[in-house]
Design a protein around this ligand. Structure first.
Ligand SMILES: O=C[C@H](O)COP(=O)(O)O
Length: 261
């Protein structure tokens, strides 16, 4: 079964809700509907923007999907400052990013935390985008494949095969995030192929072949074509380039196989 490419724009901690509306309108205007038959496009704004983005997408029947950048592992209760998976589901989120390297690094999130968050997302009928990827010193020591596959298998621990089918994986080498230093397509493919092989070992070839594996790290309209041309790369988790509506539309169109008119 062919995997539909996914381009997900992680806005990180950028744009207030008014700016969010302007950006979504710009993307929707710049990306003709016909492209959505070939690529799924999602915006992942900060929590404070989600309601505005949801209202715009629903109200104007836009074909964009939306999601959140993080989630609490708890469903409700005395967890000041946290946002739960049921709350995000109620806001119509399709995707929730878990285990982004910025969460792992600045908020000390371990594979166990990532696993609990992924479970919370799945329990609430959304798809987790589980991020993995090595820091520079691990890459230089040649441990990138082992590091990333182990983060993935730990992150999915205890999930049933039907749940694993819903998961999206994002391989983001830490040294390529926001640095302008994109991994070569061959480097990215090496790790994405290894991630798929690890999924096949654990859950069977059929399931591994269904799961979308994204690459993330300095993706732009100028390099997405080569990345997505790789056998095991099914799209991208885009940071900086997702904040420019025209560039994000162009990048998404490239992932659908053709430039914008
Ligand atoms: O979630 C997105 C990634 O961290 C990539 O960010 P970037 O495209 O700005 O390098």
């Amino acid at each position: 079964m062919a995997r539909q490419p996914l381009i997900a724009g992680n806005w990180k901690m950028n744009l207030n809700h008014l700016e969010a509306i302007a950006l979504v309108q710009k993307v929707a205007f710049a990306l003709p509907e016909k492209y959505f038959a070939k690529v799924e496009v999602a915006v992942i704004p900060p929590f404070t923007d989600i309601r505005s983005v949801q209202t715009l997408i629903d109200g104007d029947k836009l074909l964009l999907k939306h999601g959140a950048q993080d989630v609490s592992e708890h469903d409700s209760g005395a967890y000041t400052g946290e946002v739960s998976a049921p709350m995000l589901a109620k806001l119509g989120c399709d995707y929730v990013v878990v285990g982004h390297s910025e969460r792992r690094e600045y908020h000390a999130e371990t594979d166990e935390v990532v696993n609990r968050k992924a479970r919370a997302v799945l329990k609430n009928q959304m798809a987790p985008i589980v991020c993995v990827g090595e820091p520079l010193e691990v890459r230089e020591a040649g441990g990138h494949v082992e590091h990333s596959t182990s983060q993935l298998i730990n992150g999915l621990k205890g999930l049933k095969a039907e749940q694993v089918r819903q998961v999206v994986v994002a391989y983001e080498p830490v040294w390529a995030i926001g640095t302008g230093k994109v991994a070569t397509a061959a480097d990215a493919q090496e790790v994405c192929a290894a991630l798929r092989a690890a999924l096949a070992d654990k859950y069977g070839r059929d399931i591994a072949d269904e799961i979308r594996i994204l690459y993330g790290g300095s993706v732009k309209s100028s390099n997405i074509g080569e990345l997505i041309g790789q056998t095991d790369i099914d799209g991208a988790l885009v940071g900086g380039a997702s904040l420019n509506g025209d560039e994000f539309a162009k990048l998404s169109a490239m992932a659908a196989g053709g430039p914008l008119p």
